[in-house]
Write a protein that binds this ligand. Structure first.
Ligand SMILES: *Cc1c(COP(=O)(O)O)cnc(C)c1O
Length: 389
């Protein structure tokens, strides 16, 4: 293959060279950060530096930053905390979330519902925005937790987080947001969003995989999520993954320093791709919100074309994208996020997510625009449906 164009940055990102470098430079920090000798203390102080960098990225307080193995763990932890509170007899025994969360919440919710916990999902509109009036009607003094993601990984739609947080607090509930996709793309400020808990993940913003954060505001409840040692004030046991934490700290620093530039660059590439597709290909549908979207995400439906076929033909040209399908199960179910937004099943089947990142170029976009039209034509020719709805 002469060319690889990686347009799947919402699935994971390439580690920044600065991140890889700082991890190599700190290889000598093999000490257990909990040890009292200097080798341990050096590791501990590097971890505290990273904690400060993460806090600075989100305008948060460093004492509220808990390191986890990633956003899946952070998300699960919030729900298990509230399960514990409900088990302990809390009068507030209901949780509100949405139909478009990441699987690490969707599946956790399914599991808890099976166990008998009361959890309701707020619906979204055609743009994937949570319907605030419906959400409002679901809230009450029995609600313990509201959990709504910041920006969606498939459509890129950004929620009205500050307002949702205000509504949650108005009824006395705590508010959690999975900000994994928003971090490094748009400003995420703890000071300005009415959020009590926030999840984020290193590998979605050019940091290492297997490391993330759960942010827990000062007065918000949390129960220990890994029992054992005294790490993370006794809440999350396990010897510190020092190098990954340092890498995450560097990724946070880069994201903070380059935020505006990165935002503008991703937005320009995304718009170039969107306009190019609309000019070159008939009958396309752009999914997600027309203005409130993550700058690098472009989700497009190509009617009368199978998403997986498009993906495979693009891959043969070195262009790497994603569909929202659960193809890992072999069932080729269309994206639940698009279906939840009311998209027609066939349109959902023909949808492709292009997610641009820091290392993409104008040439990447133009190469994609050169290859895509003939692929769509070919896949549409293979389709049994010929009429456009
Ligand atoms: C990737 C992702 C996660 C999971 O993060 P991991 O660190 O891989 O567990 C959670 N939420 C969203 C929105 C994501 O995009």
């Amino acid at each position: 293959m002469d060319r690889i164009v990686y347009l799947d940055n919402n699935a994971t990102t390439q580690m920044a060279s600065e991140v890889a470098q700082i991890m190599r430079d700190n290889e000598s920090l093999y000490g257990n950060a909990s040890s009292m000798h200097s080798c341990g203390r050096d590791a501990a102080s590097a971890i505290e530096w990273a904690r400060e960098e993460v806090a600075a990225l989100i305008d948060g307080d460093k004492s509220c930053v808990y390191f986890t193995s990633g956003a899946s763990e952070s998300n699960n932890t919030i729900f298990s905390t509230f399960r514990d509170l409900i088990d302990d007899g809390s009068k507030r025994n209901r949780i509100i979330t949405t139909t478009i969360e990441h699987p690490s919440i969707i599946e956790e919710v399914k599991y808890l519902k099976k166990k008998g916990y009361k959890i309701d999902e707020a619906p979204v509109d055609v743009y994937g925005k949570v319907k605030l009036d419906v959400l409002k009607s679901m809230l009450g003094d029995d609600v313990a937790l509201v959990s709504v993601m910041w920006g969606n990984n498939e459509t890129g739609t950004i929620q009205d987080i500050k307002e949702i947080g205000r509504l949650a607090h108005e009824c006395g509930a705590y508010f959690h947001s999975d900000a994994t996709q928003a971090i490094g793309k748009i400003k995420v400020s703890i000071r300005d969003c009415n959020v009590d808990y926030l999840s984020l993940s290193g590998h979605k913003f050019y940091g290492p995989k297997g490391i993330g954060v759960l942010y827990v505001a000062k007065n918000a409840p949390i129960t220990p999520f890994v029992h054992g040692g005294h790490q993370e004030k006794g809440y999350r046991a396990g010897t510190y993954n020092t190098l990954n934490i340092i890498g995450l700290g560097e990724a946070a620093k880069l994201a903070r320093e380059g935020l505006q530039e990165e935002h503008d660059k991703l937005l320009a590439l995304r718009e170039r791709l969107r306009k190019g597709i609309e000019e070159r290909i008939d009958h396309v549908v752009i999914n997600g919100h027309p203005t409130d979207f993550l700058p690098g995400t472009l989700n497009v439906s190509f009617p009368n074309a199978e998403g997986e076929s498009i993906l495979l033909y693009l891959d043969m040209e070195g262009i790497e994208v994603s569909t929202g399908s659960a193809c890992a199960t072999g069932s080729l179910e269309p994206s639940y996020v698009l279906l939840a937004s009311g998209l027609d099943v066939e349109l959902a089947h023909g949808s492709i997510r292009f997610s641009l990142g820091r290392y993409n170029t104008v040439e990447d976009v133009d190469y994609t625009l050169e290859k895509l039209p003939s692929i769509i034509e070919k896949v549409r020719r293979m389709s049994t449906r010929k009429e456009f709805k």
